[in-house]
Design a protein around this ligand. Sequence first.
Ligand code: COA
Ligand code: ADP
Length: 595
Amino acid sequence: MESHRNATEVQMSQLVLPCHTNYRGELSIGQLLKWIDTAACLSAERHAGCPCVTASVDDIYFEHTIRLLHIKFPWEGKNETCVGQVVNIKAKVNRAFNSSMEVGVQVSYEDLCNGEQWNVCKAYATFVAQGKSNAKIRLKPLVPQTEEEKTEYSIAAERRRMRLAHTDTIKGLVTNSPVQPEHENRDCNTVVPAEKTRVESVELILPPHANHQGNTFGGQIMAWMENVATIAASRLCHAHPTLKTIEMFHFRGPSQVGDRLLFKAIVNNAFKNSMEVGVCVEAYRHEMEVSRRHINSAFMTFVVLDAEGQPRTLPVLKPESGDGERRFKEASARKKIRLDRKYVTSCKQTEVPLSVPWDQSNKVYLSYNNVTALKTLVAKANWVLAFETDKVRMYTLEEDKFLSIRIEMTVCIDTMQAFLLLSDLQRRHEWDQHYVNAELVQQVDKDDMIYRVISQTISDENKPQDFVILVSRRKPCSKGDPYVVAFRSVTLPTHPADPEYTRGETLCSGFCLWKEKDELTKVSYYYQATPAVLTYITAYIAGLSSSFHSTFLACEQFLLKNKDDDSVRLQNLSLCSLSPDSLSPDNLSPDTDTI
Ligand code: COA
Ligand code: ADP
């Protein structure tokens, strides 16, 4: 047990009362969002030492748990001794960037009758610190202590990258995703015109809805949004809907006490078992004011559950012409994206297949997944030293299904130069005898590339192996962060398995490079062995370590030989000008090297 208590951690426990619940006796998600936002804001303010506002809340998936928040009212059971249920919220700052912070929130609930505890959801919110003047605040950095904090700290940079690209990513995805017509059997033939689901509702912002500076709480706005979305969804199905997912909320601008908020919602599309409701929020100051400020737009997915908790078939929605038809198609595209994204960002790595299908329009999530898997491995604490020479150290890490290997040494080379050399798989054959050839199949952007690699390793089928690998590289987000080069297998329709080769797969491997001094870099290579090769590896660990060792020494020679080769940087410069990346995490801090 770690006794360390994070200084930014805030805990909130709320007894769920009938006034917090809906008709089904479930905790209202709007209420939950208010609690989440408040706890997260208090944690952010604890770190910042000044007032903070909600900039965004990432997608939230509510899995099977919310229904369990059923309250047993005393009159429901004769001898009920049930005292009720408690929602426990834990919020802590994962990372401070410049003026913004990522706060991680864990929501669980506790049944006071039997002491059982369940996870409800996890949320990530971004708060921006606001000073008295309009000058941008520079937050003090957060120093992670525990293994879990280090992982969250490291991955927070990747999530930030994804968050800031969200609007563009979704736009791109919606434009590029072909909408496949759904061939589904619906045993319900009712057609509901979309306009029947339209909701418009106004709220006047009063002091209890705002902080002491008069800025509305983000959670309050989210709760009002959930309210109108639920009404729109109910109008489609004439039953009580259950909220399943909320897509990222981004608060575009502030609203204050005295503002009026106009909420508009409509069902954009109804699929067989789920529907998407869109909500748009605008603010205005006076009743006579014509122009309105766009505060937020969000999309929520609802299902309707029958008495057994199974999703009911929904009526067919007939969209309005014009915007309605556009939103109908966009909702179909978003549905596909949501499923893909949930799949690639799944934290349950053991359930992720070795190769994920490459989808250009989903590149942000696939590279997020690639880098995150490596960063998670890097942050693990239980590495055991297995082998050591004067130069090279090799560690292993055993976890239920996986055995991971880390091998490291310090090399006299500039870190950026090593980063550029090691992220170029076309040069890997110069030091890794297992690599015969690597062909660049696709330059996805300046930091992500797909290669087809031919390896010398002979498979059981007596054929050489080939791999299709996504390489995602990241420069440090702030001083002390490593340079990261992550590898994972993807599948590409243009490169199906070739009968002359055995298609190999790698789940997670790559390099982490730490700048120790000028011209001194700690190079670590990580490799997560998949269950299929695990028996082999554990049996041959000694042989393997010597093979890793000699390969790694060859890697050192390669780095030393090319440490002053200017063409490496020049080649990379031309790549950067091809696709300038305003989201690169190194835009965060002036402490880092620039290419
Ligand atoms: N998600 C997460 N962070 C975001 C973001 C988003 N969608 N958009 C901007 N940010 C972050 C930026 O990355 C930046 O962080 P950094 O300083 O750590 O690098 C920070 O917000 C400020 O960005 P900047 O470009 O200087 O300002 P902006 O004009 O984009 O304003 C807000 C950002 C959040 C301050 C502004 O949109 C706002 O005031 N929104 C309303 C906030 C509010 O009142 N919320 C409560 C409910 S209304
Ligand atoms: P978009 O139209 O691209 O979806 P908006 O920000 O205009 O983006 O709206 C977000 C969502 O809010 C829409 O998808 C729709 O579901 C809902 N919405 C917008 N305008 C209205 C309106 N006038 N009446 C009801 N719902 C609306």
